[in-house]
Design a protein around this ligand. Structure first.
Ligand code: GCU
Length: 343
């Protein structure tokens, strides 16, 4: 289905929404099972484009049984709301930042570490490595959901209304919005800024009303979310490469027949490949628009001082979660391979 309906204009409680979202489409014996997928990006964002391809593919293969409905732009609430709805089964799938998932399973902490990956190639290769992602993706089953694929969300960098950030010292005294995860708050504390956790949908107004001095995200936030209308400095300190994760309700996944599951798995792969292809193009367009239409200045500081400041977080994480050490080490293997290739 291609129509978008704003079910509720504001964030609503999981309970009310669960009641509102139950049911099937169609009439009488002809009814199909509605599969709801929520996310927080705009309709022209690579995530939405990829999900539309998924819809086309699944309905092409299993259209007599399933009706895929995609809800973009936080129509189903914030990411945290959507994860809760996916846990209960009121929503079948949603896209959540890996940052948010850290509060549901501590294993996800790993991918939120600053400067975990040495390059975008190492990041992509690590996220494509089942020995790295499978143990983490399967670790939330007891919480009612499982991760079915990852989605590229580029590199996160700081951007501010009026202060060019060239070194960590420049962040001192600035209120910077971070995602609602303990790792992000810790990172900001170490870097000297004042961490202000809030949902993605609240950031534009907070910037505009000067509740915060800046935020951190990929380039798409400047254009797709309009942050570049307010923030004039975007600084490539490259602090994190945090994937988005498509999660599915366990009861829904378990009810699929073997053949259906195979088709859905193909669909998940399609989401990953389409989004990654669209991402590269979208970031280029976003940078051009930000620079030439919104007047954003892109800065390229030395990333080493930022990296040094956050370094202790790696040891802290490994001390807190020793079980993650083998996965962390395997990521280092990908990092080293890419360092060698790049030298
Ligand atoms: C990116 C990411 C989203 C996330 C957002 C945020 O846009 O793709 O999943 O919600 O950052 O900073 O909250």
């Amino acid at each position: 289905m291609k129509r978008y309906r704003r079910i509720f204009p504001v964030i609503i409680s999981a309970g009310i929404l669960a009641a509102a979202l139950s049911g099937c489409s169609g009439n009488g014996g002809d009814s199909k099972q509605i599969v709801r997928i929520g996310h927080n990006q705009a309709t022209d964002h690579p995530t939405n484009i990829a999900l539309l391809e998924f819809e086309k593919y699944i309905e092409g293969e299993l259209g007599d049984k399933y009706d895929i409905e995609i809800y973009p732009s936080e129509l189903l609430g914030s990411q945290t709301d959507m994860v809760q709805l996916t846990q209960t089964g009121a929503v079948d799938f949603c896209v959540a930042s890996n940052s948010i998932l850290e509060t549901f399973s501590e294993n996800y902490t790993l991918f939120n570490l600053p400067y975990l990956f040495s390059s975008a190639d190492a990041y992509h290769e690590a996220m494509d490595d089942p020995e790295i992602v499978d143990p983490i993706f399967e670790s939330t089953k007891q919480a009612g959901f499982e991760a079915v694929t990852w989605i590229d969300a580029g590199t996160r960098n700081f951007y501010t209304v009026s202060v060019p950030v060239e070194t960590p010292q420049d962040l001192k005294g600035l209120k910077i919005r971070v995602q609602q995860s303990p790792t992000n708050v810790r990172m900001m504390d170490l870097l000297g800024g004042s961490a202000t956790p809030m949902g993605f949908g609240e950031v534009y107004t907070a910037l505009q009303s000067k509740v915060i001095d800046g935020a951190e995200n990929n380039e798409m936030a400047l254009t797709s979310n309009g942050h570049g209308d307010v923030c004039k400095y975007y600084s490539y300190d490259m602090h994190q490469m945090i994937p988005d994760i498509l999660i599915g309700n366990c009861a829904f996944m378990d009810a699929l027949s073997e053949d259906e599951r195979e088709i859905f798995e193909e669909g998940f792969k399609l989401i990953n490949s389409v989004e990654r292809e669209e991402w590269v193009k979208a970031v280029e367009v976003a940078k051009d628009k930000a620079e030439n239409q919104q007047g954003v200045h892109f800065l390229y500081p030395d990333t080493k001082p930022f990296q040094e400041t956050c370094k202790s977080m790696h040891t802290e994480m490994l001390e807190s979660y020793p079980d993650l050490k083998p996965i962390y080490d395997r990521i280092q293997m990908h990092n080293e391979q890419h360092q060698t290739e790049e030298e």
